[in-house]
Design a protein around this ligand. Structure first.
Ligand code: ADP
Length: 256
């Protein structure tokens, strides 16, 4: 395959929680437009690596570059503004709000003009708001959420809630989309929809996707490359099929 420009690079990233080292000098390189899998048994450090990248738990050692810029230690909202959007393992929507408003929040949180700017430049602020609404409508169409757009998020099925969370992430127009177990709790049909969607999003939006995924069949089917973590260490990195059949990886999974 052709060499892609680099979207994300972690170099010797380490993170401790008290005496526990959750990440042990982990390095990964993710090319632009790649679907990159983060794989490994429970507790192996996948979420910690995502939290290091997105600024929630900065690494204590190592560097992280996003499209060439150093971002380790950057606060989560700034990382978001730099084009990184994320969904969570347990759906994290704004309860009591409609589907539409949840998605609009994705737009506002990351791109809100300051109140002061809105006061001095009302025409500009109004235009920005029209643009926000237009973008949100696009995302609702893209994820086929028209029929539930005015429903409260609490009242729709989990599979659809996950889709709303994805819509909210996409509304911010990210360059890097981080998905934390997007298929967890989904039925077969919903899983297939999500797989199709991730592939289309890469193709049509040119997104780079970082995917934490438990279903190994999904990983080998859609990930270009993966890193396999075990006890905080990267034990294999490379094309999905090769990395997954690495003897060390097989042993880690069987060994638990
Ligand atoms: P995974 O996502 O692969 O299941 P995690 O990254 O969640 O693994 O966890 C890796 C290790 O770090 C685990 O031992 C976990 O208990 C620990 N850990 C993660 N987050 C914290 C935290 N906020 N405080 C203390 N320990 C944590």
């Amino acid at each position: 395959a052709a060499v892609r420009p680099e979207a994300l690079a972690c170099e010797n990233v380490s993170r401790w929680f008290g005496g526990l080292q959750a990440l042990k000098s982990v390095s990964i390189r993710v090319g632009q437009g790649e679907i990159f899998g983060l794989v490994g048994p429970n507790g192996s450090g996948k979420t910690t690596l995502v939290n290091a990248i997105t600024g929630f738990y900065p690494p204590q050692e190592g560097s992280i570059r996003l499209h060439g810029d150093r971002i380790e230690g950057t606060r989560p909202h700034k990382v978001a503004r730099m084009g990184v959007a994320r969904t969570f393992q347990n759906v994290a929507l704004f309860r009591g709000m409609s589907v539409l408003d949840n998605i609009l929040m994705g737009r506002h949180i990351f791109m809100r003009p300051s109140a002061l700017a809105a006061f001095f430049y009302p025409v500009w602020a109004e235009r920005a708001e029209i643009e926000n609404r237009r973008k949100v409508e696009d995302v609702i169409d893209l994820l086929q959420l028209q029929s539930v757009r005015d429903e409260h998020v609490d009242t729709i099925p989990l599979g659809l809630q996950k889709r709303v969370e994805l819509a909210r992430a996409l509304a911010a127009e990210p360059r890097l989309l981080v998905l934390d177990e997007p298929m967890a709790g989904m039925n077969q049909e919903e899983k297939e929809y999500m797989v199709r969607f991730i592939l289309d999003a890469r193709e049509e939006l040119g997104l780079t996707v970082l995917l934490i995924e438990h279903h190994l069949d999904v990983v080998t089917a859609i990930c270009d490359r993966v890193v396999v973590l075990n006890n905080g260490k990267a034990i294999a990195e490379g094309p999905a099929r090769e990395a997954m059949s690495d003897p060390a990886v097989v042993a880690a999974y069987i060994g638990g």
